[in-house]
Design a protein around this ligand. Structure first.
Ligand SMILES: [Zn+2]
Length: 431
């Protein structure tokens, strides 16, 4: 019996480890394969500049639907930027963006077109950004059909430009040019650094101040700024000549807080950043800029002030907001402005030509408010040899890309160089 029992039970006894082994192996394979077979799309925005409330993620339809969130007090709810995980490279995905219609300030809600570009920006590495195919724009939402470039990718209203991008840009310039001076313009109300740089001849006859991004959602303005400074520090003989005579002060992001929050910034509480140029500014970076600009003016050196923005969705060409008091300016100063515009028309020709006339911001209703716009504060403070302008670079076009923006910035820098270097009778009269 004993031997018979042993004989009968032996195969089962010997077989059990094989069965257990196979079971364990199957479980291991299942555990390995499950996330791959059932990879789920997910959306996140918990990173600098990230901005999206998730409305829906539909795995079956490969659809993600988001809305730019309200950040009360921090301006327009128009900027969106998020990360998608769980895609398969090459997977068609539908991205639906719903405009946020909830009142953001004083009962006002934002018109949807600010949030719904014809083409969004997509990236598989957050360094190279491409436009999506044109989306279908509806009354209150847009639908973009995208092809996932990787398992993880990012999609945004436009090519993002964050504080880290500003730091990297200024580090690169300072490394390549030992005469450049990196400095901290200010610490924001949120405790963040506002980085800036001075290049060129710091005791030169002329000074130029260029700043971008008083409105956080206008990411294109920082790319225009990058195109500007990259040309200024280049080996182009005109750039070399410009630097020999001129100090250029450069601030790629003014409203660092809202840029890093992923907020729109425009119409923030208590003040829009570009309505804060008063005797008592709210934002430390505005106060710091006023102080430094005032010093350049007092030294009789500031020739050009440029504040970089992005305009409305319907503006197809870059344009300048001109001096609101243009008609009251002395004739010689009017000629200076006209000359700057004429040179801009010659230099800013691609990818789209600059609008050939100054425009005037009629939506600013009172003189008191107009005088709190940065370019107005600077021109009111400056002398008659100063040109103080806002450049609005169109974004809702096929050229609203990194290369399109930086090309406009280069044209702007070439304009500045010609304005200051070419024979200029107005300077001769004024000096
Ligand atoms: Zn703006």
């Amino acid at each position: 019996m004993t031997s018979e029992l042993s004989y009968r039970t032996l195969p089962n006894f010997v077989g059990r480890p094989n069965f257990v082994g196979r079971l364990v192996l199957a479980l291991v394979i299942l555990a390995w394969a499950t996330p791959r077979l059932q990879a789920e799309l997910s959306v996140s925005s918990d990173f600098p500049g990230g901005s999206a409330d998730v409305i829906k993620v539909d795995q079956g339809e490969s659809l993600v639907e988001v809305e730019p969130p309200q950040r009360f007090g921090n301006g327009w709810p128009c900027w969106w930027y998020f990360q998608v995980d769980g895609a398969v490279a090459g997977q068609p995905i539908t991205v639906k963006v719903r405009a946020n219609r909830e009142p953001f300030r004083d009962g006002r809600s934002l018109a949807p077109h600010w949030s719904l570009p014809q083409q969004a920006s997509i990236s598989g590495d957050r360094a190279n950004w491409e436009q999506t195919r044109p989306g279908t724009i509806h009354v209150d939402h847009a639908v973009y059909q995208v092809t996932a470039p990787a398992e993880r990718f990012w999609i945004a209203w436009g090519p993002p430009f964050q504080l880290a991008d500003a730091e990297a840009l200024l580090d690169r310039i300072a490394t390549n040019d030992p005469t450049a001076e990196r400095f901290e313009l200010a610490r924001t109300r949120g405790g963040r650094v506002v980085p800036a740089i001075r290049v060129g001849n710091r005791s030169g006859e002329h000074a130029v101040w260029v700043q971008a991004r008083q409105h956080a959602w206008e990411s294109g303005s920082s790319w225009v700024a990058r195109g500007f400074i990259d040309w200024v520090v280049s080996d182009d003989p005109r750039a070399v000549a410009l630097r020999a005579e001129t100090e250029i002060v450069f601030v790629p992001i003014m409203d660092v807080d809202n840029v890093e929050r992923g907020a729109g910034g425009k119409d923030a509480v208590p003040r829009d950043h570009n309505r804060d140029w008063s005797d008592d500014p709210v934002y430390p970076e505005v106060a710091a800029a006023q102080r430094r600009i005032g010093e350049l003016i007092d030294a009789g050196r500031l020739r050009i002030f440029l504040d970089l923005h992005n305009p409305s969705s319907t503006d197809t060409n870059p344009f300048y907001f001109g001096p609101l008091s243009y008609e009251r300016l002395p004739a010689a100063q009017q000629r200076l402005y006209n000359r700057f515009l004429d040179l801009s028309i010659e230099q800013i020709t691609r990818p789209v030509a600059i609008h050939p006339q100054f425009r005037f911001a009629t939506y600013v209703k009172t003189q008191e408010e107009r005088d709190r716009v940065s370019k107005m504060w600077v021109s009111n403070r400056g002398d008659q040899r100063l040109v103080s302008l806002t450049l609005e670079t169109s974004w809702n076009t096929p050229q609203g890309t990194i290369s399109g923006y930086t090309r406009v910035g280069q044209g702007l820098a070439e304009t500045v160089a010609r304005f200051l270097l070419d024979d200029n009778p107005e300077f001769d009269q004024g000096s």
